[in-house]
Design a protein around this ligand. Structure first.
Ligand code: CUA
Length: 325
């Protein structure tokens, strides 16, 4: 019970850290901006119609209780009940259809400068940056993108259907096994946002998230260049223990013998905002707890428990991983 309590407390503090950074109504991207405008138009139109209906209702109930002749009653039904809703819905449909191409600017391969390949897995995100120049850079559970530059996302799934969504940047797109979906987004403001998995994908669907970081282009480019270079972990013993206890069979850490591809790439774990795919703040304690009993934090996680290891070893591994900046 204590474990669960500390988990929910941690999630809460994380959620408050993201407060305001997950709302479609605080757009920080070109696509989200249009969706927000459509929302406000529909909301204000709906409010006007609702107030109008309420006004007519009150008027007829309180001030004008005479029966209408059948002819004028039919006329009210025809204009207020058939013509008005049909015209309103047609106008809204036409507006939404007109918006659609702009919301889904399918980039042709090679048109966008940066392509980011994302693969959904139960319950985390594999991320590979493919810049126009330079080598691909592998990462996980965090998506960074430059402000003011269109980025093409290539979305896949390795198991079941997931859905990729960064609410302040744009609409969601499913990740379907055996299919490659494309989504193109343009961030207009820097910020850190929370991206949830938007399609039920199993026990820990609600615990499958990532942080999305929109950065100034120069800062993004130096960050990406640094990600392409293997990081040094903190304390050599942690790295040796990581390999000795077999962590490298599932996880990849650039510059070491850890070459596993089953779990998230940990090459620069220390530089990420969160651990456990967007659910815990990136602290040594959180990493150690995840290593010891990941299924207590993320039910259905494929990672086995390692609580049979001496606690000092787990601490040393966590400290080493946190040092991979
Ligand atoms: Cu992945 Cu829901």
């Amino acid at each position: 019970m204590g474990q669960y309590f500390s988990l929910s407390a941690a999630s809460l503090s994380l959620a408050s850290g993201f407060a305001g950074a997950r709302s479609v109504l605080e757009p920080a991207g070109a696509e989200a901006q249009q969706i927000a405008i459509l929302f406000w138009i529909m909301l204000s139109g709906g409010a006007v119609i609702w107030l109008g209906v309420l006004g007519v209702l009150l008027h007829s109930a309180l001030f004008n209780r005479r029966r209408l002749a059948e002819k004028s009653a039919s006329r009210i039904i025809l204009w207020g009940g058939v013509v008005f809703p049909s015209v309103t819905l047609c106008v809204l449909l036409a507006y939404a259809l007109w918006l659609m191409p702009g919301l889904r600017p399918f980039a042709q391969a090679g048109a966008a400068g940066l392509r980011i390949e994302i693969t959904g897995r139960q319950f985390w995100w594999e991320v590979v940056y493919r810049p126009a120049q330079g080598p691909p850079v592998a990462s996980a559970n965090e998506v960074r993108l430059p402000v003011g530059e269109r980025v093409e996302f290539t979305l896949k799934s390795a198991d079941v259907i997931h859905s990729f969504w960064i609410p302040p940047l744009g609409g969601k797109m499913d990740m379907i096994p055996g299919r490659t979906n494309r989504l193109s987004l343009l961030a207009t403001k820097p910020g850190i946002f929370r991206g949830p998995c938007a399609e039920y994908c199993g026990t820990s669907h609600a615990l499958m998230a990532f942080s999305a970081v929109a950065m100034e282009p120069e800062a993004f480019r130096s960050w990406l260049a640094a990600q392409a270079i293997p990081a040094e972990g903190a304390g050599a013993s942690g790295g040796a223990l990581f390999l000795r206890h077999g962590c490298g069979s599932c996880h990849f850490v650039a510059g070491t013998d850890a070459r596993g591809l089953i779990g998230p790439d940990l090459s620069h774990l220390g530089s990420r905002a969160t651990v456990g795919a967007g659910i815990l703040p990136n602290t040594e304690d959180a990493v150690a707890r995840f290593i010891a009993r990941s299924e207590l934090i993320k039910p259905g996680s494929r990672m086995p428990a390692f609580d049979m290891l001496p606690p000092d070893d787990i601490r040393a591994i966590a400290a080493w991983l946190r040092g991979l900046q």
